[in-house]
Structures are given as structure tokens and as C-alpha cells.
Design a protein. Structure first.
Length: 358
């Protein structure tokens, strides 16, 4: 079982079991033995040839699940204090993901970000080629033709973003991170990139957990803010290296969770710390790997569907804006009245549709 594990013991007692400061140690998970017994198991052997500090294992208790969530600063406090002397370059904020992978599309996203007070635009997977091949080179701008027809002038997008006060981030898959990290960090800084999303990282055992946190420290040396995608679980390291701003480790659109699971996530996964959840609504005509699902979100909330680059914002009253993407063309921003849910198409290059509330 995953941690943090939230358990409802009675109407007025909730407990959460978790792990903090797991920096260079194998990850803990929980196994059930019988009806009233849990055992902590670690993912792989742990070896040191010098003195070391093991992770914290904690049990939190509260009258409600919300009370535990309100006190999740415990996870941060079990980590060492901030080690970055000058944090003035770190800018927290909102991010919108550019899936057009074109110069015109990138600029359109920047314009949208300016209008809606979004601080970052991230160039998504495919900007340097097919992320799942080891041949792809994250030091070059070589758009994957399966994702976009391009062209993408990265320096021009970065320049335009700087002119408009919007910073640019990029996504990089582990296939490239593991062999190119030391080269791309100084390169990206010279380009003017302000952050990276580490994609599909390997963590869990001691080696890759240590590698991951070393990669966080290296990014700080080059003044890069970070988001981590996929297998990483937060352990409070953002206190020690606050350039690690957010991470997934959540069952998002890639596994099509139910509404119940999505809402439950706020009171389970978020106990561990900040996270992003890419929930998206899919259509029955999609490939089977993208299972249909529907979220009837309440109107006052902002809606973000990163898989299609869609974002719902509120100006003076609740509104839904969607980005209609056709091939490698410019995104078209369109407002939907009386919205309740959104249908988005995968793969790339098809059209998003808006449906009104009945």
C-alpha cells in the first residue's frame, strides 16, 4: 500500500501513516498481514559505508481527515532547513502547458498567461524529439513530428515570454535526464529557461532515490525551479531545497481515476505535500488506453486540463476557456457559457469540445 496511508478508525478519529526525509534511502510501502496488522517494507537493499540518517516514519492523528491535511507541515518540518542562501530567483506560480510546440502557439499561450496572471508556460514533451527514445537529444530543439509539425523557435519564445513577464519551463524525460543532466542545466540557464519538469523519473530504491535528490540539488545550482512527474512521492525535501516546488505522484489522466478517487486524493496524497493532478475528461471515441471519465466540477473552481493544454479561469464570474488545437496551428481560445464539463481528444491535433450544463 502507498504512503501516506489515511485510515478512518471511527467517526472522530483519523490516522495517517507516512514517511519523511527519505533522501538517500529506499522507499517505504505498507503491507497488510491479517485484519489488524500493517508491516513497513522497503523497496530494495540499503547499504552505506559511512554514518547515515534514516528517514522519519510518522503517525498523525486527527478528529477529521481535514484536520490531518491542515497539519501536513509536519512532513516539511521533519526535513533539514533550507540550504539555498539566496532564494530571490524562485518564483512560485501557476503553469500552463503548451502542446502546440510551435513558435506561434507558444506566443499565444504567453499572451493567455499574461491575461490570466499565469507565471509560467511549459513547453511539453516532444520539443526535442521522441522522449521515449534514448536517441532524442534534449540539448536541441527538434520537434517530434508525431506531436507537432512545428516550427518551434525556442529562443524567440523565451525572448517573447521575458518581454511579457512570463517565464518558460521545459519538460525533459528521464531517458535524457539520466545521460544529459549535467550538460543541459548550464545550457538551459544560458537560454533563459527558468524551470524543468523531470518526466517519468525512477525512484523507490536507494540508488534512484539518491539520484533524484541529487538532481534537485544540481538544478538549484543553476537556479531552476522543478516539478517532478510520475513515480516520485514527496517527502518534505522542498523545505531543504525549495526550488522543488511541486510534483505529481498522483493517479491523474494517465489512469483515468473516478470522481471519488480524485476527491479522495486531496485528503490522502496531499498529506505528503504539494502536488499537481492532471485530470481530464475523455470521450468514448478515444483509444482504449484513454478510459472515458467525467468530472462535473463546481462552477467557482478553476479547471485545468493539462493534457490538452486547456485551462479554465475566473475573471469576474465563473467562465471556462478552452484551447482548441488543430495540428500544429495556433491555439484558438474560446469561452464556453454555463459549462459543467469538457470533452478533450487524444492524441494531439484534434479538437476540444465544450458542453453546456443542463
Amino acid at each position: 500500500m502507498e504512503r501516506p496511508l489515511l485510515i478512518n478508525l471511527s467517526d472522530s478519529l483519523y490516522v495517517a501513516i507516512g514517511e519523511a526525509a527519505q533522501i538517500n534511502y529506499s522507499r517505504m510501502k505498507l503491507n497488510s498481514y491479517g485484519s489488524h496488522t500493517l508491516q513497513a517494507d522497503i523497496e530494495g537493499e540499503v547499504t552505506f559505508d559511512h554514518p547515515f540518517v534514516s528517514p522519519w516514519r510518522f503517525v498523525m492523528a486527527g478528529k477529521t481527515a481535514g484536520e490531518i491535511l491542515e497539519n501536513n507541515y509536519l512532513v516539511l518540518n521533519l526535513n533539514e532547513p533550507n540550504k539555498i542562501a539566496d532564494t530571490s530567483w524562485m518564483k512560485p506560480g501557476k503553469v500552463i502547458r503548451d502542446l502546440t510546440l510551435t513558435t506561434e502557439g507558444g506566443k499565444a499561450y504567453i499572451d493567455f498567461a499574461v491575461k490570466h496572471n499565469i507565471q509560467y508556460v511549459i513547453e511539453s514533451a516532444g520539443w526535442y524529439g521522441n522522449e521515449f527514445t534514448k536517441e532524442a537529444d534534449a540539448s536541441t530543439v527538434t520537434v517530434d513530428p508525431e506531436r507537432s509539425t512545428g516550427p518551434l523557435d525556442m529562443p524567440e519564445v523565451i525572448r517573447y515570454g521575458k518581454e511579457q513577464g512570463v517565464d518558460i519551463m521545459v519538460y525533459v524525460n528521464r531517458n535524457q535526464l539520466e545521460k544529459q543532466l549535467d550538460d543541459i542545466l548550464p545550457l538551459y540557464r544560458s537560454w533563459g529557461i527558468k524551470g524543468i519538469k523531470y518526466g517519468f523519473v525512477r525512484t523507490g530504491d536507494q540508488y534512484w532515490t539518491n539520484w533524484m535528490h541529487e538532481a534537485v540539488r544540481k538544478a538549484a545550482d543553476y537556479e531552476m525551479v522543478l516539478s517532478i512527474h510520475d513515480d516520485y512521492r514527496p517527502v518534505g525535501y522542498s523545505r531543504t531545497y525549495p526550488n522543488l516546488m511541486t510534483m505529481e505522484g498522483i493517479r491523474g489522466d494517465e489512469e483515468s481515476p473516478s470522481n471519488e478517487q480524485t476527491l479522495m486524493t486531496m485528503f490522502t496524497r496531499m498529506i505528503a505535500g504539494a502536488g499537481t493532478i492532471p485530470s481530464v475528461i475523455l470521450h468514448q471515441g478515444l483509444p482504449k488506453k484513454w478510459v472515458p471519465m467525467r468530472h462535473n466540477w463546481q462552477k467557482p473552481f478553476a479547471y485545468i486540463a493539462p493534457c490538452c493544454g486547456c485551462i479554465g479561469m475566473t475573471d469576474r464570474k465563473p467562465q471556462l476557456w478552452i484551447v482548441v488545437v488543430q495540428g500544429g496551428q495556433n491555439p484558438l481560445l474560446r469561452k464556453c457559457p454555463n459549462w459543467s464539463f469538457l470533452i478533450t481528444y487524444r492524441p494531439f491535433g484534434t479538437i476540444s469540445k465544450c458542453f453546456t450544463q443542463k
